[in-house]
Design a protein around this ligand. Structure first.
Ligand SMILES: [Zn+2]
Ligand SMILES: [Zn+2]
Ligand SMILES: [Zn+2]
Ligand SMILES: [Zn+2]
Length: 368
C-alpha cells in the first residue's frame, strides 16, 4: 500500500460521504422551498408512504382493500428513527390495539431538519416524494413545455415501449434504454398523438406510419403533467431527466465502492475515473440549486486541500457500515422473486399470513 493510494481513498471518500450527500440534501431543500414547505412538513405529509418503505404489512392508515407495496424493506430502522419519534403521541388515526413501539402513525421528530439525511435517505426521499424538483429542472428551468420536452425525448420514450425493435430514427449503435416494455401502446398514444408527415422510408410502405411509427407523430399539443399517470411520469423521469440520473449515479458510485472501502486504498486510475464522474454529477445538481460556486469550492478543497489523516478510519468505517447495510437490503431484494414464486406455486393468496412468512424469511436472509 502506498501513501498515495491511501490518500486517493480518503479524498474519494470525502467526495462520496460528504459532498455527494450535501448536494442531494440541497436538492431536497430546493424541492420543499419550491413547494413553500418545510422539511418536517414534507416528512409528515408523506408519513404513510414512508412507513411502507420500512414495513409492508397493512397498517391503520391503509384504506380498506388496500395492499401496501410488497417490496421488502427499503428503509432501515435506524433511518426511520432519524425521521420519526415512535415514543411520542401517535396521529389520531392510530389503532391503539396495534403495537405501539412500531413507527405506524408516528409523527415526524420535532424540529426535524435536513441535517439528519445521509446519501441513501436523501435519495430515497428525492425519488419517491420530490419528483416536482426533477420536473422543475426539465421544464421551468429550461423554459420549455411538457410538449417540447416529450418531443425532445421522443426517441428514448418510444423505445421504453418498443424496447427491442430498432426504428427509422435509431442511430447506429443505439442502446435500448430497457430490456422490457416499460410503457404500453396506450401510454404512448396518450403522449404522442399529433400527426406528422412520416419519413420517406415509411411513406414508401403500403400502410405508412400511423400512430405507431415514431416518425409520424409528435407530442399531444398542450399536454400537461396532469394528463400522464403517476407511474408514467416516474418512468419518464427515470430515463429522461439528467438530474434524476445524476442522483442515481452518485449513489451507484458509493455502492460500488465496497472493495476500496474494505482495503482503504484506491489506485490513481480508479480515483481519477471516480472523481470525474462525481464532479460532473455534483456540479449538475448544484447548478439547479443555484449553489455552483459553493460546491466548486468544496470540490477543490476535497481534491487538493490538506488532509487530516486522523479522519481516515472514520470515513472507512462510515463507508463500510453503509455498504454492509446496502448489501444486506439488496440481498433480500434479490431473493424476493424466488420466494414469491414458491409461495404462488403453492397457491397461497396474498394475505397477512403470507406477509408475515415473507418478513420472517427476509429476516433470516438478512441475518445470514
Ligand atoms: Zn398503510
Ligand atoms: Zn397506526
Ligand atoms: Zn429507434
Ligand atoms: Zn419512419
Amino acid at each position: 500500500m502506498t501513501s498515495k493510494e491511501r490518500e486517493n481513498f480518503l479524498r474519494n471518500a470525502i467526495l462520496v460521504v460528504d459532498h455527494s450527500k450535501a448536494v442531494l440534501v440541497s436538492l431536497v431543500e430546493l424541492d420543499v422551498q419550491n413547494k413553500g414547505q418545510t422539511f418536517d412538513q414534507l416528512v409528515t405529509k408523506n408519513q404513510h408512504e414512508i412507513y411502507h418503505l420500512y414495513n409492508s404489512s397493512w397498517c391503520c392508515q391503509c384504506p380498506p382493500g388496500h395492499r401496501p407495496p410488497r417490496s421488502p424493506r427499503i428503509l432501515h430502522q435506524s433511518q426511520m428513527e432519524l425521521l420519526f419519534d415512535r415514543s411520542s403521541l401517535k396521529l389520531p388515526c392510530h389503532n391503539t390495539g396495534r403495537r405501539s413501539d412500531d413507527f405506524c402513525c408516528s409523527m415526524a421528530r420535532s424540529g426535524l431538519c435536513t441535517d439528519v439525511l445521509d446519501l441513501t435517505l436523501a435519495r430515497c426521499l428525492l425519488v419517491n416524494f420530490c419528483n416536482d424538483v426533477f420536473w422543475f429542472s426539465c421544464l421551468q428551468l429550461q423554459s420549455i413545455t411538457l410538449e417540447d420536452f416529450l418531443n425532445h425525448n421522443k426517441h428514448d420514450i418510444y423505445h421504453l415501449w418498443k424496447y427491442n425493435s430498432p426504428c427509422c430514427q435509431c442511430s447506429p449503435g443505439y442502446t435500448f434504454p430497457s430490456n422490457y416494455s416499460m410503457l404500453d401502446q396506450n401510454d404512448w398514444m396518450k403522449m404522442f398523438n399529433a400527426l406528422l408527415l412520416s419519413c420517406t422510408n415509411h411513406r414508401k410502405r403500403p400502410s405508412p406510419g400511423g400512430m405507431h411509427s415514431i416518425c409520424s407523430v409528435a407530442a399531444a399539443p398542450g399536454i400537461t403533467l396532469m394528463n400522464l399517470d403517476p407511474s408514467v411520469r416516474k418512468i419518464i423521469l427515470q430515463h429522461c431527466s439528467t438530474l434524476r440520473m445524476d442522483v442515481e449515479t452518485l449513489v451507484q458510485i458509493r455502492n460500488q465502492d465496497y472493495g476500496h472501502a474494505k482495503e482503504g486504498i484506491m489506485s490513481d486510475n480508479d480515483y481519477n475515473t471516480s472523481v470525474v464522474k462525481i464532479e460532473r454529477c455534483i456540479l449538475d445538481i448544484a447548478k439547479v440549486c443555484n449553489k455552483e460556486t459553493k460546491f466548486k469550492q468544496k470540490l477543490r478543497e476535497a481534491k487538493h486541500g490538506a488532509l487530516d489523516q486522523t479522519l481516515f478510519t472514520q470515513y472507512q468505517n462510515n463507508l463500510m457500515e453503509t455498504l454492509t447495510r446496502q448489501t444486506d437490503i439488496s440481498q433480500s431484494v434479490a431473493d424476493l422473486p424466488k420466494l414469491m414464486n414458491e409461495y404462488f406455486k403453492k397457491g397461497y393468496e396474498y394475505n397477512e399470513q403470507l406477509m408475515k412468512r415473507f418478513n420472517q424469511t427476509l429476516i433470516k436472509v438478512k441475518s445470514r
